[in-house]
Design a protein around this ligand. Structure first.
Ligand code: PLP
Length: 427
């Protein structure tokens, strides 16, 4: 017993030591949970104290194949031994292959490679401005509660006041309108408008899906006013909803889907499975608007990143993970619906598609009222205590964004942990 005590004391010292390095040396831009993750395998991670967690957050929809997937480890290691980086002054074998693989999955066009979601979105903004330049059109309309990244242009594009606070003046050329409101969008179009940008499912905004009729309506608005329709697929893309891009899942049938294709799509998060990687696809006939010298990035599309992204696509296809997302998403949603019925005093409902699911809690729960922090954060912490990672969104939503290869036993474990947590709050 004494022995155990010594171990646990020294173990929490490790955790403490890691956290004090952050406190002393890392710019405090994030509200971090007091958890120190040391390693991962599939959909499990372990903290420095050896405690295991089921990872239902997937690093915010990033770990497409879970942690340390053996084939990804092998790919990274082989490519690292072959060529990590060579810069975009030259050709290299993999970038064109990856661009073709993405084009095959979306439609005729071309791809540009970057390193993050914000950078992919920045590329689409530049595309739109270049497209409208000669006519003096530059304005991009986005939606309220949207999230598009943290760079200066991306916070200007984001329809949430909290990301802009303290950083004025905002970059001009962005305006926000209510989401899923076609009339408001149409009214907002001015002679300067050049593009509309939306997320298919607002992720940071609390897992809110666009309506099918909204998408079809936006497409015709854009056609009518010669606007580019820019699609931020950073969180909801890359098979997260069971299709490569979420508009296919939202629209359902093929007829609708072929009537709807954005003019450009940004990708990041899951595309690199944890390796920092981003891209945008741009549709024919706009694919050559950004010509030589107009845009660039040192690391974008480097051989290491491309090898990883290609391998992830190959594994998703080979292992039919598209189907797994649909099946596991259904299982998760059905079981969550059971919990909504069992705990009507705690959960208001669930939202989302495939493996992008939001649990909407009551914003005020009396058992949690002693703690002034939002219900979402308190829930996420209580789930940590029972061994599960999830992602908060706003004040009342907790997100599941797990690996695309999650198994049914892991889904059942997630539900059981959530059930136990809710039960302990109710009693
Ligand atoms: C995460 C996210 C971004 C920003 O991506 P970064 O890689 O953090 O720059 C942009 N748009 C959406 C919808 C996101 O979820």
């Amino acid at each position: 017993m004494n022995h155990n005590k010594t171990i646990s004391a020294s173990i929490s010292e490790t955790n403490h030591a890691v956290q004090s390095l952050f406190n002393d040396y890392v710019v405090p831009t994030y509200g971090r949970f007091p958890l120190t993750i040391e390693r991962g395998e599939g959909s499990q991670v372990w903290d420095v104290d050896g405690r295991r967690y089921l990872d239902m957050g997937g690093g915010i929809a990033v770990n497409a194949l879970g942690h340390s997937h053996p084939e990804l480890v092998e790919t990274i290691s082989n490519q690292a031994a072959t060529l990590i980086h060579c810069c975009n002054l030259y050709h290299q074998p993999l970038q064109g292959q990856l661009a073709r693989a993405l084009v095959d999955r979306i439609g005729s066009g071309k791809c540009f490679f970057a390193n993050s979601g914000a950078e992919a979105n920045e590329g689409m903004f530049k595309l739109a401005r270049k497209y409208g330049h000669e006519e003096g059109r530059y304005e991009i309309l986005t939606c309220m509660q949207s999230f598009h990244g943290r760079t200066m242009a991306c916070i200007a594009a984001t329809g949430q006041e909290k990301v802009k606070q303290g950083f004025s003046p905002m970059m001009p050329g962005f305006r926000h309108v209510p989401f899923n409101n076609l009339e408001a969008m149409e009214k907002a179009i001015s002679p300067s408008t050049v593009a509309i940008m939306i997320e298919g499912i607002q992720g940071e905004g609390g897992i809110c899906s666009a309506d099918p009729s909204y998408l079809i309506g936006l497409r015709s608005l854009c056609d009518k006013h010669r606007l580019l329709l820019l699609w931020d697929g950073v969180q909801c893309g890359h098979y997260r909803t069971g299709a490569f891009q979420s508009y296919s899942s939202i629209l359902g049938d093929e007829e609708n889907e072929s009537a709807f294709l954005p003019d450009a799509i940004s990708m990041a998060k899951s595309i690199g499975g944890g390796f920092p990687f981003g891209a945008f696809w741009v549709r024919e006939p706009y694919q050559d608007i950004l010509g030589p010298g107009t845009h660039g990035t040192t690391f974008g599309g480097n051989p290491l990143g491309c090898s990883i992204a290609l391998k992830i696509l190959e594994i998703i296809e080979r292992d039919q993970l598209e189907q797994n997302v649909v099946e596991m998403g259904c299982l998760l949603a059905n079981k969550l619906k059971g919990l909504v019925e069992k705990y009507p005093g705690l959960i208001q409902g669930i939202r989302g598609m495939g493996l992008m699911i939001g649990i909407v809690f009551h914003p005020e729960i009396s058992a949690l009222a002693d703690d002034p922090r939002p219900v979402s954060l308190q829930m996420v912490e209580r789930l940590h205590a029972r061994g599960m990672l999830t992602i908060p969104s706003g004040i009342q939503v907790v997100r599941f964004l797990p690996a695309l290869n999650i198994t049914s036993s892991e889904v059942k474990e997630a539900i059981s942990i959530l059930n136990d947590t809710l039960e302990s709050i109710e009693s």
